[in-house]
Ligand binder design. Structure first.
Ligand code: ATP
Ligand code: MG
Length: 494
């Protein structure tokens, strides 16, 4: 197949009046553009503030994860061929093709350029180059090899030259690089345009999602001083299960059994933890113990949970559009849930006034509802719930809010990412009641740090606290699980 300028005038530079491709189309910038994102047409031009230069990175001290093993020579050949391709191809027409045909088209032209320019390459080098160029024109460019790996948890791009990844709990610098900030900005644009959004100088912050479900945040200059900054939480196809967490030492077997009983016996649970501490993973594990007959409704900002039950309704919030309207907040979703006859409500992340609606759901017959929130200890988690409700404009006395908290939340599970990169379940804590103005908490299990081994790994043990009969005992016995609970509590190492 042939089309566009190629058939008419093969391998001649395109006239400068070539029509500008649509923003959502494959539009790699010319390789020689200055290293700054081009301002969008029509966007207000903000006067450039003088920006302090970033000190050069201390590369000596940083271990670089070599994802990309190609040489400088390879890159210079690639740039030559890429430029010839851009001059030859009609990007407007390319954008009309489906991905497979577009790839074929690019391959044909690149093979032609290689032979015309007499570039000496082995077949495998040529295959690499073809893949690379197709990724640049149609896909996510240098991000593709990172996106293809399932062992990477996060990808963090801080401008064209700096990309970090998180592998095995550790953050490492990689040698992945973009041609320049314009290429990076272009890829960010391509990602967010898939969810109907735009990112540029006039709307420089954007959340999006990749087709595979990965969560994306982009913040662009002038807010991000050193270039477009892209953060991706990779979607794990095979979510970790509670058995995996036991294998990794994130929790002991007895602790995992207690979590199973908590999930099955419909306790209302909050999962608390810092960023990336494994809250969503833990929530996903707990949902595994929901009975298949229950009707479950999940509310998330970006659908990450993978419930295995047949009767699940998944809801997702919507950010405002470019004009700032059309937002559907988490609170809208949780409120709507209540009219959908849920048996359990699962909130991906409680961040604002929806805390009030979730608590109400929890103590009005939707036992077994769950949510995660950012906090460093179970007590802090509860005081965050309180302040989310206060700040949400509900003019309730503090004591009433605390009564609501105590009346609805049964258990807080605390997750943490420790300094060695490992994730642990630090506490399983029960909410006991209110004494005066103070919420009484009781730990059932705790992780105690004992030290560090020779490899710098944190060592410690999950210990029971000597509680013989947790408050949710009656609940467990209602679900015929009191024997299992007694056994698990006995098995906790004290
Ligand atoms: N116990 C664990 N052991 C090893 N890896 C884990 C564990 N728990 C979670 N992970 C991995 O850590 C990464 C972050 O996990 P997760 O998304 O659950 O964190 P989070 O606390 O919900 O993050 P955020 O605050 O960004 O929502 C994922 O790649 C996940 O697979
Ligand atoms: Mg999460």
């Amino acid at each position: 197949m042939s089309f566009g300028k190629r058939s008419a005038n093969a391998l001649k530079p395109a006239p400068s009046s070539a029509p500008a491709p649509k923003p959502s189309a494959a539009t790699p910038p010319p390789a020689q553009k200055p290293a700054a994102a081009p301002p969008p047409s029509g966007a207000p031009k903000t006067p450039q503030k003088p920006v302090a230069l970033k000190p050069p990175p201390d590369m000596e001290r940083e271990r670089v994860h070599r994802v990309d093993t190609r040489s400088e020579e390879y890159y210079s050949t690639k740039t030559t061929i890429f430029n010839a391709l851009i001059d030859t191809i009609d990007l407007g027409q390319l954008a009309q093709l489906d991905a497979e045909s577009a790839r074929e088209e690019i391959r044909d032209i690149v093979v032609e350029i290689i032979s015309i320019k007499n570039v000496v390459m082995s077949i495998s080098e040529q295959e690499h180059l073809l893949d690379d160029i197709c990724n640049d024109v149609l896909g996510y460019g240098p991000l593709e090899p990172l996106l293809a790996r399932d062992d990477i948890a996060d990808i963090m791009v801080n401008g064209a030259d700096t990309t970090y990844i998180e592998v095995n709990g550790k953050i490492e610098r990689t040698n992945i690089r973009f041609r320049d900030n314009a290429q990076l900005m272009n890829i960010c644009q391509r990602i967010v345009s898939q969810v109907g959004r735009r990112v540029d100088e006039s709307s420089p912050i954007c959340d999006a999602r990749l087709l595979d479900g990965s969560r994306v945040n982009v913040i662009a200059p002038p807010l991000a001083i050193d270039g477009p900054t892209l953060t991706i939480r990779k979607f794990k196809k095979d979510k970790l299960r509670l058995a995996d967490l036991v294998k990794f030492g994130s929790i002991s077997e007895a602790g995992a059994e207690i979590l199973r009983i908590i999930g099955h016996s419909r306790c209302n649970v909050l999962i608390s933890g810092g960023t990336g501490s494994g809250k969503t993973t833990l929530l996903n594990c707990l949902t595994g113990f929901i009975d298949p007959t229950e009707r479950v409704i999940t509310c998330e900002d970006s659908a990450e949970l993978q419930l295995q039950q047949p009767h699940v309704v998944r809801l997702e919030t919507r950010p405002p559009n470019i004009e700032g309207s059309g937002e559907i907040s988490m609170r809208d979703l949780v409120k709507n849930c209540l009219r959908m006859r849920p048996e359990r409500i699962i909130v991906g992340e409680v961040r604002g006034p929806e805390a009030f609606d979730l608590l109400q759901a929890m103590n009005t017959g939707h036992d077994g509802s769950m949510g995660t929130l950012h906090a460093n200890t179970p007590r802090e988690a509860l005081s965050r719930v309180e302040s989310m409700i206060t700040m949400g404009g509900f003019s309730l006395p503090a004591k009433t809010i605390r009564e609501m908290i105590v009346g609805s939340i049964d258990v807080v599970v605390q997750a943490s990412r420790l300094r060695d990169g490992s994730r642990r379940i630090m506490q399983i804590t029960e909410v006991m009641g209110l004494e005066g103005d103070t919420i009484i908490l009781q730990d059932i299990m705790k992780f105690e740090v004992e030290g560090e081994d020779d490899d710098g790994r944190v060592s410690g043990r999950h210990r029971g606290t000597g509680i013989g009969r947790p408050r949710f005992w009656d609940r467990a016995s209602y679900f015929n699980m009191e024997r299992d609970l007694a056994k698990a509590i006995d098995a906790l190492d004290t």
